[in-house]
Design a protein around this ligand. Structure first.
Ligand code: NAG
Ligand code: NAG
Ligand code: NAG
Length: 865
């Protein structure tokens, strides 16, 4: 493995080795493609941000190459423009109604190949990917624009930019200009990847109304170490600022549109009456309930002494801590801490019972005038599942809850993990003046819960109403708010009925802790123009676009809970505005096509809705002759290995001592035993899935499925189509295809049936196992598959030709060991059970030696259960 060797291979295997050859000389070139420029240019005017990302690449290889443009945008942003320029010719994006865009895109794809799409990916971001095939020595420029209204939280506006160029970039730059007519009081910029050396590279200035941030690291400053070719630019770049507030509000008028910002400071806090409604059903067991306890204990430390509070827990039954709301005296808080420490899981999900009890207690407190008249009441519900006890029809629950709350208090729904019916939680929260939030299952889940509480823990005003003269205004956004929380901001925008009108009078009213806040604000277009004298930062139509952004956002929100004709009307309205202002919303897409040249290129930008969030992360599986595939999502890659043992042996696949879940598999061989036992193919013929705490055993063979609950056995065959739901178990059999099984509402498994031709001389039917929601298992989970539910990482070095010319070898650094691995493919049979889909992976030889803990024979167990 030396320069000469490399050169020779470059000639014999130009496709594979050409790129390596170049990367040896020039570390900025990855796979033959050099990204030589990447710029992120942001302009913010009165909280409204327009960001343009430009990336320029050149194909340094000597064959056609696919160039990827990969960016992550905030979920709250709308893409407004995208274009590609190839060798000087620009191909613009066109915004279309989603269905029309899809047809055009499919037409283009059917003729060619390439595609780009957006998928919801991170917590705060969604990914936009476009790829294009360009000729050797060709250049391509991608330009993407997106817009968003920056929200104020905890006293600051926050702008967030995901940075991940994946290679060293000669010309890398982030440039942010902010213009705020009220004046800027503070400006911060930080990056999760910023080292001490890079700190000085961030240039930050602000004075009066203007702020500027620039970050322009040189090639050497981008390196992870001197002479390293890896980029340390990988993470979040965050800008935070706030504006001066000499008055509680600020009104701006430009070209027939107005925007009104309202964020009074220095008001006394309202006491609050807060009900926590907490899911303790079985699926919360393990980390979720631990993290909930941890968060509630921290929240108890922050509750103020004039607040009232109570806890409602729901599993199969509903438990209340106290029959009434309780004042947050030190003694009561101590008692509450004891109660919280004792919270444990039980049974199913009686969400209806829990929430109704919470409302009842809050209603009673108000009726009995037990809590102060001037106080803010809030319900926070946390759940990780779907209602299945009491009333379980979500429409019925919504109807009852809405009737019981009657708009008196906001309902905040927190959905823990991916097992929740988030659409339902969101609808119910929105129709009760609250909002829904996801809590992502991770090590910081407790912090996420606490963070949400912090947002709503400082109410300053109730029943805030901003009144605009009705006959003068059209297209007014939401103008009444149940609560105003300290550190946030209320934004209202509208359009004048008469475009020539240039002044406005607004009456503002809200209930404070001691008295009513009430005032009148007047503004005219001239005053706004004066505040905007430094024109250079303004994009002239920013108020109009801000109005369109806010209107679309609120109409989409309304649409989530709407039905029938109302929903149709809202859809039409949003579509109209999205097309007019060129926003990529859930109803529109942007299409880019490049019709001539080699193949047709097409790209489509799509915005998925939160409810459709896919949980396609970290699925590990074993299928085939046992092929284990371990996905490593952060590398977008996989590791695979085989276990060669004899028919009849039982292997431990998953074993979680905390949830009591085990999965074991028994091997079968071919019909006729092979004389050489080592080279014999083996498969899983029988799987045993058990939960010892629920006294449940499920046995799956290629012929039948047996569910054993205590001593009671229920048999099924693969010819059945069954949905079985009983305490702690959901089992769905899809006739002759697969079965989906979840236990205790937590971990889920899919068993795939592989049927071979009945008269095949050698092969027989076998099973594959796929895991879903492995995060529901504890950290102590082990077994051949189970040990990989904990995050695992690896580094690949020295890719070199192996014994098979199509499959290069490499050195893998994993668990502080060096292993020789081979690039190969394993099949995923979920979508296509007959032929499977090839998944590329790094194959670890010798029964996974070095990758798995211990040796593979450690995993042989005596029986299926
Ligand atoms: C979109 O971007 C392209 C390329 O910069 C530009 O020519 C075009 O005018 C932009 N379209 C809009 C609507 O801003
Ligand atoms: C980097 O490479 C140069 C030239 O090959 C060499 O002189 C220098 O010692 C290297 N530095 C480090 C830190 O490896
Ligand atoms: C929907 O729009 C039509 C036409 O503008 C209107 O007549 C109708 O009342 C609207 N329906 C609802 C439920 O808003």
């Amino acid at each position: 493995w030396n320069w000469l060797g490399l050169f020779l291979h470059e000639m014999t295997l130009p496709l594979l080795w050409g790129s390596l050859f170049f990367s040896f000389f020039n570390p900025q070139v990855v796979n033959g493609i050099e990204i030589y420029s990447m710029k992120i240019d942001s302009k913010v005017t009165s909280r409204f941000a327009r960001n343009v990302i430009t990336s320029q690449a050149v194909n340094r290889g000597n064959v056609h190459k696919e160039v990827f443009f990969d960016v992550e945008l905030p979920k709250t942003a709308f893409i407004t423009n995208f274009s590609m320029t190839i060798d000087g010719v620009t191909y613009p994006g066109y915004i279309k109604e989603k269905e029309a865009a899809k047809q055009e895109y499919e037409k283009a794809v059917s003729k060619g190949q390439t595609a780009g799409l957006v998928k919801a990916s991170g917590r705060k971001t969604e990914k936009f990917t476009v790829s294009v095939n360009i000729a050797a020595a060709s250049k391509v420029t991608f330009e993407l624009t997106y817009e968003e209204l920056l929200k104020r939280q905890f006293g600051k506006y926050e702008m967030f930019i995901k940075v991940k160029p994946k290679q060293l970039v000669k010309d890398f730059e982030i440039d942010i200009s902010i213009f705020e007519p009220q004046g800027i009081t503070e400006l911060e910029a930080e990056g999760t990847f910023i080292t001490n050396d890079l700190q000085n590279v961030i240039k930050k200035t602000f004075s009066d109304k203007k702020g500027h941030i620039s970050f322009k690291p040189t090639l050497d400053q981008q390196r992870t170490c001197a002479n390293c070719s890896q980029s340390l630019l990988d993470g979040d770049f965050t800008v935070k600022y706030d504006v001066k507030r000499t008055t509680p509000d600020n009104l701006q008028i430009v070209n027939g549109y107005f925007v009104h910002f309202f964020a009074p400071t220095n008001l006394p806090q309202l006491p609050k009456n807060i009900i926590f409604v907490i899911d303790i059903s079985g699926s919360m067991s393990g980390r979720e309930i631990e993290q909930t306890r941890e968060a509630l204990l921290k929240i108890l430390d922050d509750i103020r002494d004039d607040d009232f509070f109570n806890f409602i827990l729901f599993g199969s039954d509903v438990h209340t801590w106290k029959e009434k709301l309780i004042k947050a005296t030190p003694e009561n808080l101590d008692e509450a801490r004891k109660f919280v420490r004792g919270i444990d899981t039980e049974g199913m999900t009686n969400l209806y019972g829990g929430i109704m009890k919470g409302i009842e207690i809050l209603n009673a407190a108000h009726e009995e005038k037990f809590v102060p008249k001037r106080s803010a009441s809030i319900i926070i519900m946390l759940t990780d599942g779907q209602p299945n006890v009491g009333i379980s029809n979500t429409e019925d629950i919504r109807t009852h809850v809405k009737k019981a709350i009657e708009g008196k208090y906001p309902l905040y729904n927190l959905g823990f993990g991916y097992g929740v019916d988030y659409g339902f939680l969101e609808k119910m929260a929105l129709e009760n003046k609250g909002l829904a939030r996801r809590i992502y299952p991770d090590s910081d889940s407790a912090l996420q819960l606490q963070g949400f509480y912090d947002e709503v823990s400082n109410p300053m005003l109730m029943d805030v109403e901003l009144h605009y003269p009705e006959n003068e205004i059209s297209g007014l956004t939401k103008n009444s708010f149940k609560h105003f929380y300290d550190g946030s901001e209320i934004v209202v925008a509208g359009r004048f009925a008469d475009i020539n009108q240039n002044s406005l009078t607004v009456d503002v009213k809200g209930e404070g802790a001691n008295d009513v806040l009430s005032f009148t604000t007047q503004q005219d277009a001239e005053q706004t123009a004066k505040a905007f004298q430094e024109q250079e930062y303004i994009f002239g139509d920013y108020i109009e676009r801000l109005w369109a952004y806010l209107t679309i956002e609120q109409l989409l929100e309304k649409r989530t809970a709407a039905t029938g004709e109302e929903k149709e009307n809202l859809t039409a309205e949003v579509l109209d505005l999205s097309l007019k202002y060129k926003f990529v919303t859930p109803l529109t897409s942007m299409v880019v096509t490049k019709p001539e040249d080699y193949d047709n290129q097409a790209g489509i930008a799509d915005k998925t809705t939160e409810a459709k969030y896919s949980f396609d992360v970290s699925q590990n599986k074993v299928d085939g002759d046992p092929h284990f595939i371990i996905s490593v999502p952060q590398k977008e890659d996989a590791i695979c290995f085989n276990i060669n043992e004899k028919p009849g042996d039982v292997l431990s696949l998953i074993n979680d001592p905390v949830t009591g879940i085990t999965v074991n598999g028994e091997l079968i061989g071919d019909k006729r035993a092979n004389s050489d036992a080592k080279s014999q193919n083996t498969y899983f013929g029988k799987l045993g899935i058990a939960n010892k705490y629920l006294n449940l055993k499920v046995t799956v063979t290629s012929e039948k499925i047996t569910v054993q609950n205590g001593n009671e056995k229920t048999p099924f065959t693969w010819l059945d189509s069954v949905t079985l739901q009983q305490e702690g178990l959901t089992l769905i059999i899809n006739k002759e295809k697969n079965l989906v099984l979840s236990m205790g509402g937590g971990a889920s498994f899919v068993v795939v049936l592989h049927q071979v031709w009945k008269k095949h001389p050698l092969h027989q039917d076998f099973l594959g196992l796929y895991t879903l929601k492995s995060h529901k298992l504890s950290e102590q989970t082990h077994g051949l598959l189970g040990q990989f539910f904990h995050p695992i990482d690896f580094t690949i070095l020295e890719i070199h030709p192996g014994s098979d010319p199509k499959k290069p070898d490499a050195t893998m650094i994993i668990k502080n060991k060096e292993l020789t691995v081979t690039r190969g493919w394993q099949k995923d049979y979920r979508k296509d059970p007959k032929h499977g889909i090839d998944i590329p992976c790094w194959f670890v030889h010798n029964n996974g030696a070095g990758l798995i803990d211990g040796v593979h024979t450690d995993y042989i167990v005596s029986s299926l259960f």
